[in-house]
Design a protein. Structure first.
Lengths: 346, 678
């Protein structure tokens, strides 16, 4: 069953005051997760107990919202002794509403949904997704590092959201796009105003006109046909310091490794944690052979995976253009600049 | 769901990155970067990203351990602390205060280190207090104090990206200090010239404008030669030298003979390459000079440091933005532990113990008589323990049985102690020898401050409860002092910092409240002072910068027919020091799970050795069987090993020959033999 059961889009509107009231009501009934500005001025998604904790003035969060469905570290089950009776499966069924997610990140979650239900249905991921509703807020300005207009993942969405808010002059236009979204909408219907029609295609065209960095199709072709010279990949391979942070921040990276461990309090656990293909230990086999022969090949595979393979498999770009990776790189590997170089074939 | 992001400072290297620990329902579940942090700016290295995992190993020490009949028994804190207080009191009465020693820790907070040295001085009555800077940057403090008057990194980390030239010698910057490596990369991307001098072809060597692969232990010859070229070609900054420095003539006389032709065979590098490096460094300003343990861990460590100071002063690069002499400190709080005077010759803030006025100031502040006699370094405490003169040691957060040179001798020394107490988070070879092991809380479980390499005092915040009954180390020290009859009464670490600020002028303006958002860089003399970005602007701390004429000297042990290789040791990106934390981190240990030796491909061929073959590395002190890693990374006749593996400790092999000034061991060069195991 798909995580997001799409419906025909239903239009509405909401005033800023009523949005506040809506979030207040949600926070009383469910776990509300929203952007919060820390004392150090970083903005990240965190559970909030009341809407006044929410930061409304932000470009995007430092970390991606994927961590609420696919956490950095997660206990899958705990066990003790040799008997199967002593296995306790740790499944988190808390109902959450995620407010303030940007379009690129909604698309990132859509890709993760596709990945995690592709062959083996991953309950740890899917149960969290099924218990969540996302209220996304489209970007009204295009930030310097991001390029959703080129990856076709924003700044507004045509579909795939639960509820989408689009800032209008004074208030928000509201679009309900899924059954889960509709359920939430119906529950708090009194807070919403009349339908405001929004020309999504027009907004997208305007944004594209304002800022388009590359032609995704051309990038796809150039990568597929290996039109980029080796020197480019060598340079990038040398720059990568294998910290893994770009992939940990990436809204679509889905790799994890599984370990058995004992906690300091003596609980035996099978757990999983984020992993990344920029670690040699990720691909290296027992005996020491590494099928990925070096940094250049590692980089080539990553770009190919996001911009060819995932387009083939999921019919959407594996890079959603959020730009988080470029801001996290200690080797100054800049995805956007590199994609543009790939488009130019050098 | 209770999910919090707790801001804190990285517990690994001295770059001092800031990030958030993710805490879910009271458990550590990850790390998130902070874009606003002045050092890390949204970035982190692999150790920072994974550091949350390093402190939640199932084998954390959870209860105090007391050795009874040769075996550890879990006890109550009362029993353990009473025993510690009783034994130290007994030894002090029987053998005198100078029979005791305290080792603070570059891994622990400023507040802990301040209290540890206060315990040694005010309670034990000895200046025998030191810490693991002795194994790394003590030559920096000794050398830069002599040249400039202050022993710290002169400039700030973020200035490096704006340098016109970067000269990195004995610094594997991207691996040992990745966030400083980022600045080197950025400077290069912006067009700066890069000169790298290192016996190993490290990552920066690959994109350097000049790469000099000299032999370990030949830095003075190389630096003297560069100065010889600069002087003979008239490239020195004459105005700067005239107005800001003294002692040039003495230095000039010494470097005169180090012509490129004379130096080339000593260092094993083409003369033209040295000339090119000298011209480039002298002509691109500002030039930022970076170095680490490749310079300091030698018997000539202090003289190496004075030599780089010479070079930077000669070209007018000290006291200028994006220039300077920048020792990159290796541990999260090695700068702070020095500042706090976990050092045998200083009180907090580098105030000399043998200065009567300073002594009187501290006697008044602490209300006790203090010893005017400088104490013993950790190096000399180990030597004196073997000689029977040190009877009791209190070691905090350190494992000398993995990290000190020639650990066989260290073991013999520790065996002779009558009483050994160790604070640790995990068992180590050193805790195994202890009489009492006290479980300390990790960086994630306590509040305090670390001072990074650029002198920035930064907060760490408690994210989770201490594991088991472990306690913040500063509290443990307070309890020991109190039980020995000198009550240490502090409600929290910010009260300790207030006392530090009162007594140390360079920390005068620092308080926990002021650094809640952004750390302050000392000198910060008063509560309105904004901190100091770079040192020696307009005037050196000592007045005039001082040149020293320094002759090249070979390492204490040089290759011969029996031991034909030079063995050097060091750190790598995925592991950290004794491996206590990185070896317990899944993603880190998976990268490099076993010990190895790097061998040049030509040497390997002669020995019939292939990559990943087992081989035996031996020195006059011991031998290890390890895997060979064959490449062109090390120079011919040079071997390199990391030191992160307690099961195959490189320091079984290293030489316990020490810098006579700073007492740091020669980890970077000894004679070794390599054999293939068939």
């Amino acid at each position: 069953m798909a995580v997001v059961s799409k419906i025909e889009i239903k239009n509405a509107s909401i005033t800023k005051n009523n949005l506040f009231a809506l979030l207040e009501k949600i926070s009383k009934e469910k776990t509300l997760i929203a952007p919060v500005r820390s004392e150090l001025e970083d903005v990240n998604f965190l559970p909030v107990s009341e809407p006044k904790e929410i930061c409304f003035d932000y470009e995007n969060t430092t970390t991606s919202p994927k961590e609420f469905f696919f956490p950095q570290y997660q206990c899958m089950f705990s066990f003790s002794g040799a008997s199967n009776d002593n296995i306790e499966i740790k499944d988190d069924n808390e109902e959450i509403v995620l407010f303030g997610v940007r379009s690129c990140d909604v698309k990132g979650i859509e890709l993760l949904d596709k990945f995690y239900e592709r062959s083996f249905e991953d309950d740890y991921y899917l149960s969290k997704r099924k218990n969540s509703v996302i209220i996304s807020v489209a970007c009204s300005e295009l930030d310097e590092q991001c390029f959703c207009t080129s990856t076709e993942t924003g700044p507004v969405l045509e579909e795939g959201f639960d509820i989408q808010l689009i800032s209008t002059e004074n208030d928000y236009a509201v679009q309900v796009g899924s059954e889960k979204g509709l359920e939430l909408f119906e529950k708090y219907k009194s807070l919403f105003g009349p339908a405001v029609s929004v020309d999504i295609k027009g907004l997208l065209a305007d944004a594209k006109k304002q800022k388009t960095e590359f032609d995704l199709k051309k990038v796809y072709n150039n990568l597929k046909e290996e039109k980029v010279d080796e020197e480019f990949w060598e340079d990038m391979g040398e720059r990568c310091q294998s910290c893994g942070l770009c992939l940990f921040l990436c809204p679509t990276c889905s790799c994890y490794s599984v370990t058995d461990r004992v906690t300091p309090l003596g609980e035996s656990r099978r757990s999983r944690q984020w992993d990344a293909c920029y670690f040699r230990g990720f691909t290296r086999m027992a005996g020491g052979n590494d099928p990925v022969r070096g940094g250049a090949e590692m980089m080539k595979r990553k770009y190919h995976h996001k911009l060819v393979q995932q387009i083939d498999e999921f019919d959407m770009s594996g890079c959603v253009g959020c730009g988080r990776c470029s801001l996290a790189c200690v080797g100054n590997v800049n995805w956007l600049e590199n994609i543009i170089r790939i488009e130019r074939g050098r | 769901m209770k999910l919090e992001y707790i801001p804190t400072t990285c517990p690994y290297c001295g770059a001092g990155c800031g990030f958030y620990l993710k805490v879910k329902d009271g458990e550590l579940v990850g790390v998130a970067p902070s874009k606003t942090h002045p050092v890390s700016q949204g970035r982190l290295c692999v150790k920072g990203v994974t550091c949350w995992e390093s402190v939640i190993g199932g084998d954390r020490i959870k209860e105090p351990l007391v050795k009874k009949n040769g075996k550890f028994v879990e006890t109550s804190w009362d029993e353990a602390l009473d025993l510690v207080a009783k034994q130290f009191t007994k030894l002090k009465e029987k053998y005198g205060p100078d029979s005791l020693g305290v080792w603070g820790s570059a891994r622990c907070t400023n507040e802990l280190n301040y209290l540890a040295q206060k315990l040694a001085r005010a309670v034990f009555g000895t200046n025998n207090v030191d810490h693991c800077a002795r194994t790394c940057h003590s030559p920096t403090v000794a050398g830069l104090v002599r040249a400039f008057g202050s022993g710290a990194m002169t400039n700030s980390i973020d200035e490096i990206k704006d340098a016109a030239c970067i000269f990195a010698i004995g610094s594997n910057t991207p691996e040992a200090h990745p966030l400083i490596g980022w600045r080197v990369r950025t400077a290069k991307d912006k067009g700066a010239k890069l000169i790298v001098c290192d016996p190993r072809k490290i990552d920066t060597a690959k994109y350097a404008d000049v790469y000099i692969q000299h032999y370990p232990g030949t830095d003075i010859a190389l630096l003297n030669c560069m100065m010889n070229v600069i002087i003979s070609e008239g490239l020195e900054d004459k105005e700067y030298v005239k107005t800001r420095t003294e002692g040039l003539e003495e230095m000039k006389k010494v470097v005169e003979k180090y012509t490129p032709e004379y130096t080339s065979p000593i260092v094993g590098v083409d003369a033209e390459l040295i000339v090119k490096a000298a011209r480039l460094y002298a002509s691109c300003k500002p030039a930022s000079l970076l170095y680490t343990l490749g310079l300091t861990e030698h018997t000539v460590g202090t003289e190496n440091v004075m030599s780089v100071a010479n070079l930077a002063m000669l070209t007018g690069n000290v006291g200028v933005e994006s220039g300077g002499v920048n020792p990159l400190r290796g541990q999260n709080n090695v700068q702070g532990a020095c500042d706090m005077a976990a050092l045998p010759n200083f009180y907090v803030g580098y105030q000399k113990v043998d200065d009567p006025d300073i002594q009187a100031k501290f006697e008044k502040a602490w209300g006790v008589k203090l010893s005017p006699k400088p104490g013993l370094t950790t190096t000399d405490q180990v030597i004196q323990a073997k000689a029977g003169n040190i009877k009791g040691l209190y070691i905090i957060g350190e494992d000398p049985l993995t990290s000190d040179p020639n650990i066989t001798v260290v073991r013999e020394s520790l065996e002779k102690l009558e009483f050994l107490v160790v604070h640790e988070i995990y068992m180590s070879p050193t805790t195994e020898m202890a009489d009492v092991v006290l479980p300390g809380a990790s960086f994630a479980e306590k509040t305090g401050t670390f001072t990074n390499s650029e002198r920035r005092v930064q907060l760490i915040n408690k994210a989770i409860e201490p594991i088991g009954t472990s306690r913040p180390d500063w509290e443990i020290v307070c309890d020991v002092a109190t039980r020995m009859g000198y009550p240490f009464k502090y409600a929290s670490t910010d009260e300790v910092m207030d006392e530090i600020a009162e007594l140390a002028p360079i920390y005068g303006g620092i308080s926990h409240n002021r650094i809640r958002k952004v750390g302050l860089q000392w000198p910060c003399p008063d509560k309105s002072h904004p901190g100091t970005k770079y040192l020696h602007k307009g005037k050196f701390t000592r007045g005039l910068g001082k040149f020293h004429g320094i002759e090249d000297k070979p390492p204490a042990e040089v290759p011969d027919d029996e031991y034909p290789f030079i063995l050097s040791t060091g750190r790598m990106r995925f592991h950290y020091n004794d491996g206590t934390m990185s070896r317990r981190t899944h993603l880190l240990d998976r990268e490099f799970p076993f010990m190895f030796v790097e061998v040049n491909e030509k040497d390997a061929e002669k020995l019939g050795l292939k990559d990943v073959d087992d081989c035996c590395v031996s020195t006059r002190r011991g031998q290890l069987t390890v895997k060979a890693r064959v490449s062109d990374k090390v120079k011919e006749k040079v071997l390199w090993m990391p030191f992160h593996y307690t099961e195959a400790p490189a320091n079984l092999l290293t030489n316990d020959a020490f810098c006579p000034i700073a007492r740091t061991g020669e980890y970077k060069a000894c004679a070794a033999k390599l054999e293939k195991i068939s």
